[in-house]
Design a protein around this ligand. Structure first.
Ligand SMILES: *Cc1c(COP(=O)(O)O)cnc(C)c1O
Length: 478
């Protein structure tokens, strides 16, 4: 290894950079030979082996030896997200061009907090956000920001909404004064199967889990609107203060999509804000066939979009969009060393003023490069394949009396169980995992359920047929 630890214009370092990347590519490609999603190693052995590697020694091993160690001890047991045997979570393989984008992001290492740390990167993020806002049905006054994931996007949106609500209803500046004295009466409404980041957000916002009102769902796992209206009405009568509702556009387990127009009507009646958690379902926006399933997101005050789920971009990559740019003012704060007001008056945009993070990754480049590379046509194929596979899998399960599959998929998740005891279903997931096939498990109506989350565009009906046979065999149903 040369003495300079960083890339410079010196010919020797340029060669070394290329060499390291080439060797890393070779190591990655050699570990692609495995077809299964996971080596099947048990957690105790893996912990012992990895613990034995230690961390830092007096003298470094050099890159080649360190890469060899990583290749031999760590990479074989990494989860192989590209495998068609991997389907437990909203966790996708990464598209080729977005991996190339990661190399650019890491090499330039720009930071999104201020223009002087990320000139072109800032302008790319601003432009990507503007285009995304239009895509999701917002007007020219919209804004947004990239975040570390759906949890942070939801937290950002709920923070912004809490502040905007208190300002609008009480003329209260929460940024300066904190919560109103009646804070324990604030309520947020979301379905009983919405993501747990609602509870976490309300805790971190000083409102507590008690602020989250869980609305029962209908047979298709969507917010029951009558129940929602009844709950809000009765809460208002008992002196509580509804401030926000969250529609889930693709629930994590079922992919069910709440009725945005119906929820918006109730929110308007009670002067509440409406946030859309579209971490999962936002992918449908690029589907030619299924786009209308999420057609009216533009009605919501804010939207969470995860690009590291249906869009197949590397972790992390998410954005929060807001219909009215003033919502993001809650994150604005001027520091003399970073984002001077005088610079912003001269057109230098400092994105730190829209984010809860300071130093922040240039994730917008992945969206830019992937969207430009594939276009609507390319992405539509990816998303439609996922939706089609889920529909196919569901129809196969419905025709087979060995299975129960209670909810018809709207996106690409199918929750089901072998018609057998909970323990049999649990055992199926464990024994498939030992064979390198990783599927999901959840609970519905008190019963253990299995789950396929089908995001991999290389998955075919044939793979699905084989998996069904395997599950039946594992569970003793054939
Ligand atoms: C995945 C998911 C989240 C959390 O997003 P992260 O990117 O994992 O932080 C939030 N809401 C829904 C509906 C999700 O599916």
């Amino acid at each position: 290894m040369s003495d300079s630890p960083i890339l410079t214009n010196a010919g020797k370092l340029r060669e070394e950079y290329r060499n390291m990347i080439d060797k890393t590519v070779d190591a990655v490609l050699s570990s692609f030979s495995d077809k299964s999603a996971f080596s099947g190693i048990d957690p105790y052995t893996l912990r012992k082996n990895i613990g034995a590697l230690g961390l830092i020694d007096e003298k470094g091993l050099g890159f080649d030896e360190t890469l060899r160690m990583t290749r031999n001890e760590i990479m074989p047991h990494l989860l192989r997200t590209w495998s068609t045997s991997y389907m437990p979570h909203l966790h996708s393989p990464a598209t080729l061009e977005s991996i190339a984008a990661e190399l650019i992001i890491a090499t330039f290492n720009n930071s999104m907090d201020s223009w002087d740390q990320s000139p072109a990167a800032t302008e790319v993020e601003v432009s990507v956000i503007r285009n995304l806002a239009r895509l999701f049905g917002y007007g020219e006054n919209a804004d947004g920001c990239f975040t570390s994931g759906g949890s942070q996007s939801n937290f950002s949106a709920i923070t912004a909404i809490r502040d905007a609500f208190l300002k609008k209803q009480y003329g209260w500046d929460a940024k300066k004064h904190g919560l109103i004295s009646d804070f324990a009466k604030l309520r947020l409404y979301t379905s009983e199967i919405s993501h747990f980041s609602m509870d976490k957000s309300c805790h971190m916002l000083g409102l507590g889990y008690d602020a989250v009102r869980k609305i029962p769902v209908d047979a298709r796992c969507r917010v029951d609107l009558d129940e929602f209206e009844r709950m809000v009405g009765s809460d208002v009568r008992s002196g509580l203060i509804p401030f926000c509702a969250v529609a889930t556009i693709g629930t994590t387990d079922f992919g069910s999509i709440d009725d945005v127009a119906g929820m918006k009507r109730i929110c308007d009646k009670y002067s509440m804000f409406l946030h859309a958690d579209a971490a999962y379902g936002s992918g449908l926006i690029l589907s030619r066939k299924h786009r209308d399933r999420i057609g009216n997101l533009g009605l919501c005050d804010s939207i969470t979009v995860d690009f590291h789920k249906m869009f197949l971009l590397p972790i992390s990559c998410s954005a929060v969009l807001v219909k009215d740019s003033s919502l993001l003012e809650c994150f604005e704060l001027h520091a003399d060393y970073l984002n001077r007001e005088e610079d912003e008056e001269d057109g230098y945009i400092n994105l730190v003023g829209k984010s809860m993070q300071t130093t922040r990754r240039f994730d917008a480049l992945k969206v830019f490069m992937a969207f430009k590379s594939r276009g609507f046509e390319g992405f539509s194929k990816i998303i439609d394949t996922a939706v089609d596979n889920a529909a196919y899998f569901y129809s196969r399960l419905r025709k087979d009396s060995s299975f129960e599959a209670p909810v018809e998929p709207e996106i690409s998740s199918v929750v089901f169980r072998l018609d057998a005891e909970d323990n049999v279903n649990r055992r199926i997931r464990r024994s498939l995992m030992e064979k390198g096939i990783v599927i999901g498990q959840t609970v519905m109506g008190g019963k253990v359920m299995l789950k396929f989350t089908l995001l991999n565009p290389n998955l075919t009906h044939d793979h699905i047929d084989k998996l069904i046979e395997m599950i039946k065999k594992e569970g003793g149903a054939v």
